[in-house]
Design a protein around this ligand. Sequence first.
Ligand code: CAA
Length: 379
Amino acid sequence: MVFELTEEQKAVRDAARDFAQTELLPGVIERDEEQRFPAEQVKKMGELGFLGMMVDPKYNGGGMDTVSYVLAMEEISKVDASASVVMSVNNSLVCWGLEKFGTEEQKQKYLTRLATGEVIGAFCLSEPEAGSDATSQRTTAEDKGDYYLLNGTKNWITNGSSASVYLVMAQTDPEKGHKGINCLIVEKGMEGFTIGNKENKMGIRGSDTHSLMFSDVKVPKENRIGENGFGFKFAMATLNGGRIGIASQALGIASGALELAVNYSKERKAFGKPIAEHQGVSFKLADMATKVEAARMLCLKAAWLKDQGRDFSKASAMAKLYAAESAMEIATEAVQIHGGYGYVKEYHVERLMRDAKITQIYEGTSEIQKIVISRELLK
Ligand code: CAA
């Protein structure tokens, strides 16, 4: 077992750290407060290759491994989880799914532009009545011969208005249950496709989350991904990888909160000495650091399994479950260590605490991860 990163992996991590510190940190508080999408920063992320990291270079991607992706996600999420969710969705849910299951024409038409960040993508599974219970899709894609007629509503869609390419799950054959679901590539601007209001969220406020409405949208047959009825399997396979991205986002939030807490507790004095020298604080820091390290190991293990072409669904669910729960705990402890300063915006930890919460909810709640893990254990 080798625990050493390669020189290339270290270089990716350092480049992401540098980008996060120089490009994302300035203005992150204001973007959060104003719910402003980090458009310029996302453009630069594309130019630096962070939006199509694992895509084959022949489709304009970076050709990197999933381990490098975890390292970059951690660094970017330490500073700006709103930017990192854009990165995670584009890399794992959109580019990966298209590269793995798309046709050559779909890859040439869409993936080549998504991988560079020229356009960004969105993954549209959740509905007003189908969040955790994802098989209960109400959006319909009626087979009309040359095209599908798409009708329905999607909710809580990350990159909802900033995306140009949308992977939309919809039911074609309700009698077949989840085996009747298809995934269709929908382009912004298609007639009948409208974008609803932006959600006013607790955290990741710089990212744009919208509902989407489809009313008699004609989607050409060639925009279906995979065989007829493959849509649910597509969504599940894609989410397995997506969970590594969100686990790494949670890891970044947790390690960012830990770093801030360590620095603050060395500087802040109370009862005649730095608070870090009080065991009440130093024991908290030790617990936080241990959890960060455990979360990192789970993320890297899941990424390594994926890179080896091995089954990683249980590993990615474990990484997501543990990292998300730890991020929430660690960010809350970081606020506690900061005391009153932790409750105001300029110390960053209150934002990390709000951002941590979503990692327990999206790409499958913590309870969904437990379903995935226990089913694997018991099968
Ligand atoms: N990997 C591969 N295949 C899977 C799978 C997984 N993790 N989970 C389920 N499947 C397959 C099953 O093997 C089954 O296939 P067969 O019929 O061939 O046997 C099929 O999918 C249906 O599965 P189940 O019978 O287990 O279906 P279920 O309804 O009992 O439960 C579930 C499935 C695991 C709960 C699933 O609905 C689920 O993962 N729900 C959560 C959905 C989710 O994560 N949504 C997030 C939205 S995207 C998002 O948040 C993006 C963003 O904005 C950041």
